[in-house]
Design a protein around this ligand. Structure first.
Ligand code: ADP
Length: 260
C-alpha cells in the first residue's frame, strides 16, 4: 500500500512544455544518463526544442556529458533559475547546485522536494520535450517524482544481464502502478562489436531485453552496442551526432520513435 502524499501536478507551471519524458533504469551504471543526453541531442537535431533535467541525485552526470561541468545557473529574480544552454539544449542539473557528496546522503523527502523545485523553478521556456534523467531504482524518491511530474511516458534503459533486467522489470511495474505508459525499453551495452573481425559478441547474454519487452507488451526501441566511442563522447562532453556517425544513427532512430 502506498503511503506517499499524492498531489496533483501543478500543470500551469509546465504549460509551455509539450512532453515530459522520464528516462529511468532499475540499476545504476547501465547508461541511463548517456542515453538521456544523446536522446536529447537527437531530438534537438530532429528540430525539437529540448530541455534536460538531471534528477539523478546519486550521480549527476549530465553536466559532464554536455561538457558544462563548471557552469552555474544564474537567476533573474532569486526565485527562478535559468537553465544552462548548450547546443540549443536547455540543461538543469542537481549537480550544478549541490556537491555530489552532499546529495547522496539526503533523505527521500528532502531529495524529492529539491527535485520538484529544480523542475518547477527552472525557466524552461517553450519546449517540445523535457527529458528527465531519473535517479536509478524504484524507491520512494522515484515513485514520488513519477506521481508528481505530469509526464507523457517513460523510457527504461537496461543492460542484458539478468540482474539489470530484473530491476528494469520493477521499473515497468512502478510506471504501471501510477498509470504512466512505458514508451519502450532501450537495451544498452547490448553486444560488443569486435574491432578486428566485426563479429557481434553478446558478452552480457542475449535476448534478455527483447524477452522482457515482449513479456510486458513494451516496444524494444534500440539495442545499442558497447562502443568505445560512446564512452569517450559522453566523458569528453561531445555531441554524439558530430562525434560518431555510426552511433548517432542509433539515437536518431530512438528519437524518431519517441517523437512520433
Ligand atoms: P547511468 O546513468 O545508468 O548510471 P551512465 O550513462 O553514467 O550510466 O554510463 C555509465 C558509464 O558507461 C559511463 O562511463 C558511460 O560513458 C559508459 N557507457 C554508457 N553506455 C555505453 C555504451 N553503449 N558503450 C560504452 N560505454 C557506455
Amino acid at each position: 500500500k502506498l503511503t506517499i502524499d499524492v498531489k496533483l501536478p501543478d500543470v500551469h507551471k509546465y504549460k509551455a512544455v509539450k512532453h515530459i519524458l522520464l528516462v529511468a533504469s532499475g540499476k545504476g551504471g547501465v547508461g541511463k544518463s548517456t542515453t538521456a543526453a544523446f536522446l536529447a541531442q537527437a531530438l534537438s537535431a530532429e528540430g525539437g526544442r529540448v530541455g534536460i533535467l538531471d534528477a539523478d541525485i546519486y550521480g549527476p552526470s549530465i553536466p559532464t556529458i554536455f561538457g558544462v561541468r563548471d557552469a552555474k545557473p544564474t537567476s533573474k529574480d532569486n526565485k527562478t533559475l535559468n537553465p544552462i544552454i548548450k547546443d540549443e539544449i536547455s540543461i538543469q542539473s542537481i549537480g550544478f547546485l549541490v556537491p555530489a557528496e552532499n546529495a547522496t546522503v539526503w533523505r527521500g523527502p528532502m531529495a524529492s522536494q529539491a527535485l520538484n523545485q529544480l523542475l518547477n523553478e527552472t525557466e524552461w521556456g517553450e519546449l517540445d520535450y523535457l527529458i528527465v534523467d531519473m535517479p536509478p531504482g524504484t524507491g520512494d524518491i522515484q515513485l514520488t517524482m513519477t506521481q508528481k511530474v505530469p509526464a507523457s511516458g517513460a523510457l527504461i534503459v537496461t543492460t542484458p544481464q539478468d540482474l539489470a533486467l530484473a530491476d528494469a522489470q520493477k521499473g515497468i511495474a512502478m510506471f504501471n502502478q501510477v498509470n504512466l505508459p512505458t514508451l519502450g525499453l532501450i537495451e544498452n551495452m547490448s553486444h560488443f562489436l569486435c574491432g578486428h573481425c566485426g563479429e557481434k559478441n553478446h558478452i552480457f547474454g542475449q535476448h534478455g531485453g527483447a524477452d522482457l519487452a515482449s513479456r510486458h507488451g513494451v516496444p524494444l526501441i534500440a539495442e545499442v552496442p558497447l562502443d568505445i566511442n560512446i564512452r569517450e563522447t559522453s566523458e569528453q562532453g561531445e555531441n554524439i551526432l558530430t562525434a560518431s556517425t555510426e552511433q548517432a544513427a542509433n539515437y536518431v532512430a530512438c528519437a524518431q520513435l519517441v517523437g512520433s
